[in-house]
Design a protein around this ligand. Structure first.
Ligand code: ADP
Ligand code: MG
Ligand code: MG
Length: 209
């Protein structure tokens, strides 16, 4: 965005710390609604990203996102791996050769979220990571339209992600493993929505300091 890829190693570290700190809680969520492997799937992906950390800073955003997306796609496994991989590969594709100001990033991010929807045959309201990604995308577009400045953006992004996670609590899952539970999926937040929030918070933490 306005920040060079030199921040990516620190962002990946921050994501790792945050996922590790919430590992038990998220594993319990994926055990309740799915098969319990979401944290270990992500941790495998993060370890692979860290192994290549030094390769991102020399790249432009598009090149770095492509590398990250391919790594997630091939290393994470499970539904979340292909969906997060899709998100970054679509960011790379839409971002190629672009100057990334907020308005441009909001457009690129929207396209990447659409790619995730297509890949998952899913949309907002189905108790998945999209219940965080879509509100974040909507917020970025609105913030760009209002020319908000970054001091406002960071806390609002954190709040939007938090609301997105909470919104999944009262949803009945209609995609992924949780959909097998039907009504019994009510009352719990979605593991993938939670980790998406933690990833966003970690990015904000690094970029806002
Ligand atoms: P798996 O369900 O294959 O074990 P993970 O446990 O790693 O994969 O990831 C599960 C998360 O993936 C869910 O909590 C949900 O947020 C997300 N997810 C699953 N299916 C879909 C889908 N069709 N569209 C969007 N997100 C999905
Ligand atoms: Mg799982
Ligand atoms: Mg699984």
């Amino acid at each position: 965005m306005f920040y060079p890829t030199v921040y990516l190693p620190a962002i990946i570290e921050a994501i790792e710390q945050s996922i590790n700190a919430h590992a038990d809680e998220i594993t319990l969520l994926d055990q309740t609604l799915g098969d319990g492997d979401h944290v270990s799937n992500l941790q495998r992906g993060i370890a692979a990203l860290k192994a290549h950390s030094s390769e991102y800073p020399p790249l432009d955003w598009s090149g770095a996102w492509q590398k990250i997306g391919m790594t997630l796609m091939t290393q994470v496994g499970g539904a979340s791996g292909s969906l997060l991989g899709t998100l970054f590969i679509a960011l790379a594709k839409a971002g190629r050769g672009q100057e990334l100001d907020l308005a441009q990033f909001a457009r690129i991010f929207e396209q990447a979220v659409i790619a995730v929807k297509q890949r998952g045959k899913s949309d907002v309201g189905e108790k998945t990571m999209l219940d965080v990604l879509v509100p974040i995308s909507d917020y970025l577009k609105e913030a760009a339209a209002q020319s908000k400045d970054f001091t406002q953006l960071w806390p609002e992004l954190v709040a939007v992600a938090e609301q997105g996670v909470e919104s999944t609590r009262t949803m009945r899952a209609t995609k992924g493993r949780a959909s097998y539970l039907g009504e019994r999926s009510l009352g719990h937040i979605d593991a993938g929505a939670k980790t998406t929030q933690l990833i966003i918070n970690a990015i904000v933490r690094i970029l806002s300091t």
